[in-house]
Structures are given as structure tokens and as C-alpha cells.
Design a protein around this ligand. Structure first.
Ligand code: GLN
Length: 242
């Protein structure tokens, strides 16, 4: 972390912020402030350079065309790749997750290169879109409670040897490959299909990113009353038989 302040970079709010993904930036900021940390949030529009000095980078989801435009710009800009090389923490949702991989199918039906920051690649699902609420058990090494979120994607993401699944679904489709995996991670780079926004439904994820940025194992406790109410409501609704 930089000396004075935790720098949270929200990448391309103008292209990638569907289904309330903006909330992820707000929640990370809020969870850090609850611990009396100084936070600087930097919103980087797609016509601006991505700074390399951030601590935590957040990328949201998007429709197919904005996703292609975002991938093009991020490849040309290279700021996010350089930040990753410097060990920055990156958390990406849905379209953002697909962009972090080697390739995805764009709105023109063509193979579009991603950034190769996660060893995953995304094909176009032949069946129905994956839409609905998700529950998933997280890789135990990350020490997180059950994830709740909302997915809406056509892409189906395959994982290579260089990543681990972020979680295993108990409801919903996740990566859409039929093997129950959801998302992917390695080191400090994470991808998930979960909107919601995922940090509002799972503040422990925001706390994990802050702990990684500070290089600490624990944070002072902070109130989670409203998050807990939302979690309980969504988990109950998703667990109920249809
Ligand atoms: N356009 C991508 C897909 O449909 C990602 C969608 C999203 O970000 N919600 O797979």
C-alpha cells in the first residue's frame, strides 16, 4: 500500500458497470473507512490512462459491445497489466473477469484477446444464458463465508492450470462449464460471475482485498448489520425450492 492512502481504482465505469457493480467500489471504500483507513478512489474512464500505482483495481460487468471496447482499450493502455506485474490486487466481475482471461467471444462473434492475467478463456454458451441467483462455497484457502450473488452471462469460462476456481456453486451456474466451478483466482487476481453487487452481498470479500493490500491477516471488527440482513434475505430466497 502507498504511504498515505489506500488507492482503489475503479476501471472504466463508463463501459463496465452493469447490475450495480459500482457498489463494489463504494463498499471497498466504506469497509476501509470503517477501519479508519485513508482511501482515495480513482474512477478511470475509458478515455483515461489506467494508473499503475493503485492498490486495489475493480472492474465490473458489461454488455458484449462495451466489453469489446473495454478489452481493446485495456490492451492498448497496458496500465492494468503493469499494475498486475507489480503485484496489485485486481477483482473483476463477469465481463471484467472474461477480459482478464486469454480470450472471449465478442459481440461480432469473433475471438477477442483478453489481457491474459488469469489463465482462463471464455467461449459462447450454446444453451440458455446463465441468469439468476447464485450461492457458492469459496476455496477454503481464502477463508471466506458462502458467496451470494446474481449472474447474467452468455459466456462459459474454462479454467487452465494457472488458476484455481474461486468457489463451487450450490445454486446457479457460475463458470457455466457444468463442473460447478465459479470464478477463478491466482495470487492477488480474482474473477467472478457474481453481481449483486458482490461486495454488498459479501463484505468479507471487500475485507479480504483490504487485508491483501495492507498485508495483514486481520482487520478490526466493523459493523455488518445491513450486509447481514441482505445476505440472510438473499440466501434464504435462493435456497428456497422453486
Ligand atoms: N457480455 C458477457 C456475457 O454475456 C458478460 C455479461 C456481464 O458482464 N453481465 O457473457
Amino acid at each position: 500500500m502507498s504511504e498515505s492512502s489506500l488507492r482503489v481504482v475503479w476501471v472504466y465505469p463508463d463501459l463496465l458497470s452493469t447490475y450495480g457493480d459500482r457498489g463494489n467500489a463504494l463498499v471497498v471504500e466504506r469497509r476501509a473507512r470503517q477501519r479508519h483507513l485513508n482511501v482515495t478512489r480513482i474512477d478511470v474512464r475509458s478515455d483515461q490512462a489506467v494508473p499503475t500505482s493503485g492498490d486495489i483495481y475493480l472492474i465490473g460487468g458489461g454488455e458484449d459491445r462495451p466489453q469489446r471496447l473495454a478489452a481493446e482499450r485495456l490492451r492498448n493502455d497496458s496500465g492494468l497489466v503493469r499494475a498486475a506485474e507489480n503485484g496489485a490486487i485486481i477483482f473483476a466481475v463477469c465481463a471484467g473477469y472474461q477480459i482478464l482471461g486469454h480470450e472471449f467471444i465478442n459481440d461480432l462473434g469473433e475471438r477477442e484477446p483478453g489481457l491474459g492475467l488469469l489463465d482462463v478463456w471464455t467461449a459462447r454458451g450454446e444453451g440458455a444464458r446463465c441468469v439468476g441467483d447464485v450461492l457458492a462455497d469459496v476455496d477454503p484457502r481464502l477463508g471466506l463465508p458462502q458467496l451470494t450473488g446474481f449472474e447474467n452471462h452468455q459466456g462459459v469460462t474454462h479454467l487452465g492450470q494457472g488458476v484455481q476456481p474461486l468457489a463451487t456453486v450450490t445454486a446457479g451456474r457460475g463458470n457455466g462449464t457444468g463442473d460447478g466451478t465459479e470464478g477463478a483466482w491466482r495470487d492477488t487476481v480474482f474473477g467472478t460471475y457474481l453481481h449483486g453487487p458482490v461486495m454488498a452481498r459479501n463484505p468479507a470479500v471487500a475485507d479480504m482485498l483490504i487485508k491483501l493490500a495492507l498485508d495483514v491477516n486481520a482487520l478490526p471488527p466493523a459493523d455488518t448489520t445491513w450486509y447481514d440482513a441482505l445476505r440472510a434475505e438473499r440466501i434464504a430466497a435462493t435456497s428456497r425450492p422453486a
